[in-house]
Design a protein around this ligand. Sequence first.
Ligand code: CP
Ligand code: NVA
Length: 308
Amino acid sequence: MKDFIAISDYSADEIKDMLDLAIKLKKQYFKKGNKPIFKGKVLGMVFQKPSLRTRVSFDMAMRHCGGDALYLSPSEIGLGTRESIADVARVLSGFVQGLMARTFEHSHVVELAQWSDIPVINGLSDYNHPCQGMADALTIIETFGKKSKGLNISYVGDGNNVTVSLMHVSALLGWNVTVATPEGYDVNRQAIEIAQGIAQMSGSKLSFVRDPHEAVKNANVIYTDTWTSMGQEEETAQRGKIFPPYQVNSKLVSEADKDVIVMHCLPAHRNQELTDEVADGPHSVIFQQAHNRLHAQKAILARLFDVD
Ligand code: CP
Ligand code: NVA
């Protein structure tokens, strides 16, 4: 494995292997038995937009396992403005052993990977959020067990970067996915075609609807995310008028399977896409999901560094 740019770049077996490793590393962490598998390695972290979970979980993943991480802010690097992406990639390749990049444009993280001699991890682009998708899958497996084939995953809200990775990991693992989005806010067409190709092999069913109530029928998982992603701030008011029918609230949750879990990648805009009552209620797994970023990322790093 060289880079981790998209879940769909990997086979179902490779993704399952990484998730198994995440489960093993999580057990080690809770037994205070982290092994120094990243000793001598430093992860450079290039952030073009804000982060809590991604930044802290990557930093801690490296430190727990004997390595280190270096945060590089947008103003310091000036990716593609102060210096070309290709030059930044080639310079950093001589200083650090791995690179995590959160960019606006997906093509920028792809370009970093093309020019780097070291592994590059996509920490969220405008197209996808593969590290989030791995933590999400880990959380779903922890809840429903490994025999989770045929689970119904329902995503309600904006068809965005988080939706793409959730859709791809779910299709690889044989889960059915229903996505409910308002017209004009659909999931990226190319990402849907990729998911359909994966689903043909795994047997999972993919559905795209407008009605959130139809989407959550028989759902084992209801997932939502912000209505306005980073970089779309000027659309906030317009989106605020369109998305309220897609709010995940107690009424919507009551229409799903009685043991449904509610997920959100966070940060949440409470009482917009997700009510407080649901976020802090018995179906919510949002903090377990956030904490799983740490364990899933350790597994990704271990596979890229070829250590475990
Ligand atoms: N879910 C997620 O990626 O959170 P941050 O933006 O805080 O990293
Ligand atoms: N869709 C959100 C995810 C944040 C983790 C965004 O891109 O802002």
